[in-house]
Write a protein that binds this ligand. Structure first.
Ligand SMILES: Cc1cc2nc3c(=O)[nH]c(=O)nc-3n(C[C@H](O)[C@H](O)[C@H](O)COP(=O)(O)OP(=O)(O)OC[C@H]3O[C@@H](n4cnc5c(N)ncnc54)[C@H](O)[C@@H]3O)c2cc1C
Length: 277
């Protein structure tokens, strides 16, 4: 449980962070809240030669709304989102889901950007951002680029954030007053989801449904979305939640049980989101 040796470097600005990364090379990693990276280092699943600390960068902790879009700085902590009146009003699904992450200590240090770049399919925020049609804004040596959430999560713990890139912002269309639901099943109150489901009613009345821990990446439950669009009721649609998924089997649940949970939780989340009313 003791990490390999590493250098600690504190970035004073985004430019400084980029310069430190260029200087330290591929084996250096950015550090935000450290709640995913440090455990990996303790288990020796990661052994960066240097950590470049982004946590003091106020540039990464901005929260703005413009032209119907929320612009979330990647360094915003989960607690900032949980208690933000703007997020609660404009993106209640996000506020509701982050309130269920880990415990208070995790939410006080863990950042939205760290959770996104880490790309754990058992994490709640990536699936929620998928349901919200979010866009990731990455800054690297070649400038800035935007990647939709649907393309960002590549494989287990692998995302489309290059080693030289910093996730600076996440853009999310505001959805005030629209139905939403978030359900997750876990054995203990602070556990990651065995399975989770996020439902978001869009501005045109259609519903996006995304699944936590039902494959190597967060997944859209396309069969459920199609069934709803075709006029099927929420229970019939929810019965299709496991279609096209590849849930893992582990000590907490096997794949068949996860498939069952996906159906039950999708029915509950759809009901919570007001589907069928
Ligand atoms: C006890 C415990 C319980 C938890 N329970 C849950 C849960 O129920 N649900 C859930 O979703 N999550 C849970 N988490 C995970 C937690 O939410 C994540 O650890 C956190 O969101 C990751 O953010 P961080 O700021 O700690 O990232 P870090 O650990 O600092 O970084 C994670 C990765 O992202 C990279 N990175 C960070 N910021 C940037 C950036 N701006 N640009 C480029 N790369 C970056 C780092 O280099 C690293 O590879 C739990 C964690 C713990 C310790």
């Amino acid at each position: 449980m003791i990490p390999a040796g590493f250098d600690y470097l504190r970035a004073e600005s985004l430019e400084h962070a980029a310069a430190l990364k260029a200087e330290q090379g591929e084996d250096a990693k950015f550090l935000a809240g450290g709640h995913s990276l440090i455990p990996l280092m303790k288990f020796r699943l990661a052994a960066p030669t240097a950590l470049i600390d982004l946590s003091r960068l106020t540039e990464l902790r901005t929260l703005e709304q413009a032209d119907g879009t929320l612009r979330l700085g990647a360094g915003l902590r989960l607690r900032d989102l949980e208690f933000s009146p703007l997020i609660r009003e404009q993106l209640p699904l996000l506020a509701g889901a982050v309130a269920s992450v880990g415990d208070r200590q995790v939410r006080a240090r863990g950042t939205i950007g760290g959770g996104v770049v880490h790309g754990d399919p058992a994490s709640d925020v990536p699936a929620v951002l998928l349901a919200l049609d979010a866009t990731m804004v990455l800054r690297g040596p070649g400038g800035e680029r935007e990647v939709p959430a649907s393309e960002f999560f590549v494989d287990f713990w692998e995302t489309d954030c290059g080693t030289e890139e910093i996730l600076v912002e996440i853009r999310v269309p505001a959805l005030p007053g629209r139905g939403w639901g978030f359900q997750k099943f876990r054995q203990r109150s602070q556990d990651w989801a065995t399975v989770g489901v996020a439902v978001q009613e869009r501005a045109d009345g259609s519903r996006a449904v995304a699944l936590v821990n039902m494959g190597p990446v967060p997944l859209r439950a396309r069969a459920v979305e199609e069934a709803l669009a075709a006029g099927e009721g929420p229970d019939a649609a929810a019965a299709r939640a496991a279609e096209g998924t590849t849930p893992p089997s582990d000590l907490r649940a096997d794949a068949a049980y996860r498939s069952h949970l996906a159906q039950v939780l999708t029915a509950k989340a759809l009901s919570e989101a007001g589907a069928g009313r």
